[in-house]
Design a protein around this ligand. Structure first.
Ligand code: ATP
Ligand code: MG
Length: 582
């Protein structure tokens, strides 16, 4: 692709946590991450202790930890000491209700303060925390609770009645239901508010060990049935180091991660990483709203902002004019994750916010950021950047036995050398599947990528999404990025369809920017634009218009669903589907 490299200014380099990323990478080992933290006073390691109590012990309890904004205009502030006390109360409530270290607590609610208190209070008590999206329907909730053998859930009365009450008794492990919004709980449930009020603020943090299970995260379900990835307390080494290197989190930095904790990003970088780094995190209970978001960036003087391509494309769709009235001068660093970030989005960030978006890559399985564009690195728009300190990444030919490392520029499977602290320890009840992801000393990610001569990694597509047409290997990302450069196109999803002569042909689904209407002429124009950018062999044969594209709750385009629907095949697991108008 022909986007100019964005060179970093001296100020941007000076702001970076790693001013010389290549040297920083060479000098780093994970013991240094351990040194960024304290460990438990009596031995052991606990994420919640590192996130909260450590700061209090160091005399920083008065620093603002969480500034929360409610849907309806209310707001609440919590210092590190406030959260340390609130989570101690929560941990005591767990104990009073018979829950023990190792038990599993699920959360199922919107981004309310109680969610954050529950997450850290659960870890403090030595229980395992598993966050779910509150918008999941009863079946996805039930399946995930069965897979993870839930012992307790924290939720709202309405969610409980609508989505859990009916089948609750059929999950034998599920002992306790905490309701956050009632004073008198219905039978079989505990009213959390009064219980917290009655509980002590003193709690000795559970003496968890580095390898004790801490978190169960379900994958987004983009490519199939979601998997339950298990993470341990030691993951906090990765949370602290990657947050510092890839997001420049530092004590007192004003930081906003827009992800919901139901998606791994919203827990690793929406709770743990900012707090272990001593930052001030903002949380907005409301969903995306352009003016609300721009207003938040300006009013709260956000310095570091971590969001996702789907939101960036929504902002782009509204145009730079919508952003013009706002003052974004406090922003210092912008990052994006979850899907490939089209080069146009990277550059748009620079135009509108004064800084490019820094794309980074990781997965539920990896627990933390693995490959990133760092603040001090020049950005090649469309590239995911380079491996972080402590991470060795490669591109391998997974068709060869033993695995062969690909040459520069050659497309292969993105692989990582196992051994970083936040690597999943298993997929729950799917040990064989977990084992299969490791071969010849590599962890295989299931994504396709290539590495260029400067060591930058470029995302090509999911291994399942690669299109083979007339001898060409076509990654959907490249085609989608070319399509959204057309002035009319807001989003694009690209799939391969079986074809007798070509093997497969490329078909694109696009949604349009405001002011454009679907027409045959526009379709021809978009195809012409793509042909010019990509050449006739790679450009889509057909472009169809959609109001929205099917996406997961974490905002990822579900190409497998576009394909299944096109071919009249079973839709498979759609428990994480969010928009469904296609
Ligand atoms: P499932 O594994 O259930 O199909 P999922 O892979 O979408 O769902 P996540 O773990 O939330 O679940 O997402 C990780 C995947 O998201 C990566 O493997 C990759 O395909 C994609 N991804 C994340 N960040 C990036 C990025 N910066 N560029 C390209 N793709 C990305
Ligand atoms: Mg995946």
């Amino acid at each position: 692709m022909t986007w100019e490299t964005i060179a970093k200014t001296d100020a941007e380099r000076a702001f970076a946590a790693l001013t010389d990323p290549d040297a920083g990478r060479a000098a780093f080992d994970w013991d240094q991450a351990a040194e960024m933290l304290d460990g438990l006073p009596g031995g052991g390691l606990n994420i919640a202790y590192e996130a909260l109590d450590r700061h209090v012990a160091h005399g920083n309890g008065d620093r603002l930890a969480l500034r929360w904004f409610g849907k309806d205009g209310d707001a609440r502030d919590f210092t590190y000491a406030d959260l340390a006390r609130a989570t101690a109360r929560f941990a005591n409530v767990l104990r009073h209700n018979g829950l023990q270290a190792g038990d599993r607590l699920y959360s199922l609610m919107g981004r309310k303060p109680e969610l954050y208190i529950a997450a850290l209070g659960t870890l403090k008590a030595g229980l395992v925390f598993s966050p779910l999206f509150s918008a999941f329907g009863p079946e996805p909730i039930r399946t995930r609770m069965e897979i993870g053998e839930a012992n307790a859930v924290v939720t709202t009365e309405s969610i409980y009645r609508r989505k859990i009450a009916k089948w609750r008794d059929e999950i034998p492990s599920l002992k306790t239901v905490f309701l956050v919004d009632v004073d008198d709980a219905p039978e079989g449930c505990v009213a959390l508010g009064p219980a917290l009020a009655a509980a002590s603020e003193e709690f000795e943090v559970a003496a968890t060990q580095p390898e004790d299970m801490a978190l169960i995260h379900f994958t987004s379900g983009t490519t199939g049935r979601p998997k339950g990835a298990v993470h341990v307390h030691q993951a906090v080494y990765a949370h602290v180091a990657t947050g510092r290197f890839a997001l420049n989190l530092r004590p007192g930095a004003i930081y906003w991660c827009t992800a919901d904790p139901g998606w791994v990003t919203g827990t690793s970088y929406g709770i743990i990483s900012p707090l272990v780094n001593g930052a001030t995190m903002l949380v907005d209970e409301a969903e995306f709203d352009l003016d609300r978001w721009y207003g938040m960036l300006e009013r709260e003087k956000v310095e570091i902002w971590y969001t996702a391509p789907t939101a960036i494309r929504m902002m782009m769709r509204a145009g730079a004019e919508a952003a013009a009235p706002y003052d974004f001068s406090n922003l210092q660093f912008l990052a994006s994750v979850g899907e490939p970030l089209n080069p146009e989005g990277v550059v748009w960030g620079k135009e509108v916010f004064g800084h490019p978006f820094h794309d980074n890559w990781w997965q539920t399985e990896t627990g933390g950021i693995m490959i990133a564009n760092l603040a001090a690195m020049d950005i090649k728009p469309g590239s995911m950047g380079k491996p972080l300190p402590g991470i060795e990444a490669g591109v391998v030919d997974s068709g060869s036995d033993p695995l062969r490392e690909c040459a520069t520029g050659e497309i292969g499977e993105l692989a990582l050398r196992p051994g970083w602290p936040s690597m999943m320890r298993t997929y729950l009840h799917e040990q064989a599947r977990y084992d299969k992801t490791f071969r010849d000393g590599w962890y295989l990610s299931g994504d396709l990528a290539m590495k260029d001569e400067d060591g930058y990694f470029w995302f090509v597509g999911r291994a399942d999404d690669l299109i083979k047409s007339s001898g060409h290997l076509i990654g959907p990302f490249e085609v989608e990025s070319a399509l959204i450069e057309h002035e009319a196109v807001a989003e694009a999803g690209v799939i391969g369809l079986p074809d007798e002569t070509a093997g497969e042909v490329v078909k694109a689904y696009v949604s349009l920017n405001p002011g454009y209407e679907p027409s045959e002429e526009l379709e021809r124009d978009i195809r012409g634009h793509a042909r010019k950018k990509l050449g006739p062999a790679v450009a889509p044969r057909e472009v169809v218009f959609r109001n929205t594209l099917p996406k997961t709750r974490s905002g990822k385009i579900m190409r497998r669903l576009l394909k299944a629907r096109e071919l009249g095949l079973p839709e498979g697991d759609i428990s994480t589907l969010e928009t469904d108008e296609s």
